[in-house]
Write a protein of this length. Structure first.
Length: 306
């Protein structure tokens, strides 16, 4: 087993409209869809679509949305041996509004995701030692993610945390050294270190602040301005691939899935980050969450074009 994703599984309910509603306002939408989502599921699908071997661990409910999520994950090639059906909690959902500029707002109801705990980590014991990369997010309890990171790192895996949704109060000091790398976007970086990365100098300052807190590898995502990284034997800026975005919902998850895939196959950090950037860019050119994940051929074609 090369990659394990320990995280959330949701069903996403999208509503597309010319603009997002203001508080207390109703707007008429143009279309809607119900798709597989949740950062854990999205990242697992992103790996599988690239041809990687991946197991998704976490929980769904024993309900219609849970059955639908499992069906779609299976169709995408994701391993579900460690995705527990929780009889006491509903499957998580996300209500997502998307406007004509591809901006979005999201409300997540965690459901079974928030029941994930130490027992779920214990069930992952057969995978420890055979896993190269562990992907984590913040849509399940942080304590469970940190317990998984500790176990998998002891078995030789690289633990990468996507700090989303960003904690409003930041992280306790001991969290920073509990994982190997974090991949915050602009908003998340500002929430964590008080610096909003809008260009290379501010991103470099933010990355340095993340490292100063005890993180080993900082990956600061700036959307169309690219990625800045520090640690892993280097530091530098990875320019963004030029695309015309129509939906940015899946960009971060496809970036992380691509990063895990590339690192899992042995790429160094600069090459892995360029590969991940292509994955994220391609995801913005199609609608949906997990449905937006590109194939390996598509990513390689984009990278060849430069």
């Amino acid at each position: 087993m090369s990659i394990v994703v320990f995280g959330s599984t949701n069903m996403d309910i999208f509503a597309y409209a010319e603009r997002l509603p203001r508080p207390g306002e109703t707007v008429h939408g143009e279309s809607y869809s119900i798709t597989l989502g949740g950062k854990g599921a999205n990242q697992a699908v992103a790996v599988a679509q690239l041809g990687g071997r991946v197991e998704l661990a976490g929980r769904t409910g024993q309900d219609t949305f849970g059955a639908l999520a499992r069906e779609r994950l299976t169709q995408k090639g994701v391993g579900l041996t460690y995705l527990l059906e929780d009889p006491a909690s509903p499957t998580g959902i996300a209500a997502i509004g998307v406007d004509a500029r591809a901006e979005n707002c999201i409300t997540v109801v965690g459901g079974a995701n928030m029941a994930v705990g130490e027992s779920d980590v214990e069930r992952l014991a057969p995978l420890i030692g055979a896993t190269r990369v562990l992907l984590l997010q913040l849509e399940i309890p942080l304590e469970a993610s940190l317990a998984a990171a500790k176990r998998f790192r002891a078995g030789g895996a690289l633990a990468i945390l996507d700090p989303a949704p960003a904690p409003s109060g930041g992280f306790a000091p001991e969290i920073w050294s509990s994982v190997d790398a974090m991949t915050p976007n602009e908003t998340e970086t500002e929430a964590l270190v008080g610096i909003r990365p809008t260009d290379i100098p501010s991103a470099a300052k933010a990355a340095a602040a993340l490292i100063e807190r005890g993180l080993r590898i900082a990956v600061v995502k700036m959307g169309g301005a690219g990625v800045y990284y520090r640690g892993g034997g280097g530091e530098g800026h990875i320019p963004a691939f030029k695309v015309t975005p129509i939906d940015t919902v899946a960009a971060g998850d496809c970036f992380n899935g691509g990063l895990a895939f590339a690192l899992g196959r042995g790429d160094d950090w600069p090459d892995a980050l360029r590969f991940a950037s292509a994955c994220g860019a391609l995801a913005t050119t199609r609608r949906g969450a997990s449905d937006a994940a590109p194939s390996l051929a598509e990513v390689e074609e984009m990278m060849a074009r430069g």
